[in-house]
Design a protein around this ligand. Structure first.
Ligand code: GTP
Ligand code: MG
Length: 203
């Protein structure tokens, strides 16, 4: 699939504020600073579309980007940033669960994990909560440019083993680098196929 048009539409603090008319959504979630906004920029080929920062806690709203005049990419705040005030963290956590619980047009959640680390408890807990809610998700390893080929392959195997203890079959895995564009075509094709299947099922 090609993205020929990507437009920022709105920043909201709850799913109820979603832009109208509602459209299919693919959303990006993960720990603060894992690379959600950068991945949206990479996928759309527009480095200034979503705001990114080297400091965690940059995205603090639900940001909707209209793709090809047809569906949304949604940039969510990160979870687990210890340096935010307790109140702010609670607000962001509430925003994330509100989005997940109340977005009936959410097609798939991409859960981003930093390829430099083993699976963390906070990520596993989040994945388990998705499983309990029956939210479809795929795993995206980010910042793969920061690892050598062997280290990356070992990390992917380790992540799959850790997640495989809870999921059978394993969710779809993508290894990406927003710096290098690694994994971009695979993710776009995956989304394109899902949208096509949904269109076919609706006919
Ligand atoms: P929050 O909005 O704070 O939750 O963060 P985020 O998950 O949206 O992360 P963001 O895209 O702002 O990126 C955080 C930092 O990681 C920035 O300094 C990015 O340049 C860097 N980064 C993101 N993706 C990659 C990548 O693929 N490779 C490398 N080397 N750096 C990356
Ligand atoms: Mg962000």
């Amino acid at each position: 699939m090609k993205i020929s048009k990507a437009v920022y539409v709105a920043s909201k603090v709850s799913a109820a504020g979603r832009p109208s008319p509602s459209r299919r959504e693919f959303a990006f979630i993960g720990r603060s600073n894992v690379g959600k906004s950068s991945l949206i920029n990479c996928l759309t080929g527009n480095s200034s579309l979503a705001h990114t920062s080297s400091k965690p806690g940059k995205t603090q709203c639900i940001n909707y980007f209209l793709i090809n005049d047809s569906w949304y990419l949604v940039d969510l705040p990160g979870y687990g940033f210890a340096k935010l005030s307790k109140e702010r963290r609670a607000t962001l956590a509430g925003m994330i669960s509100d989005y997940i619980d109340n977005s009936s047009d959410l097609v798939l959640l991409f859960v981003l994990l930093d390829s430099r680390h083993d699976l963390m408890k906070i990520d596993l807990d989040f994945l388990i909560s998705l499983g309990e809610k029956g939210v479809p998700f795929a795993i995206v390893l980010t910042k793969c440019d920061k690892l050598g080929t062997n280290a990356l392959a070992a990390r992917i195997e380790k992540m799959k083993a850790a997640i495989g203890e809870y999921w059978e079959p394993l969710p779809h895995f993508f290894a990406t680098s927003s710096e290098k564009g690694t994994g971009k075509e695979e993710m776009l094709d995956y989304m394109g196929q899902i949208l096509k299947d949904l269109d076919n099922n609706n006919q």
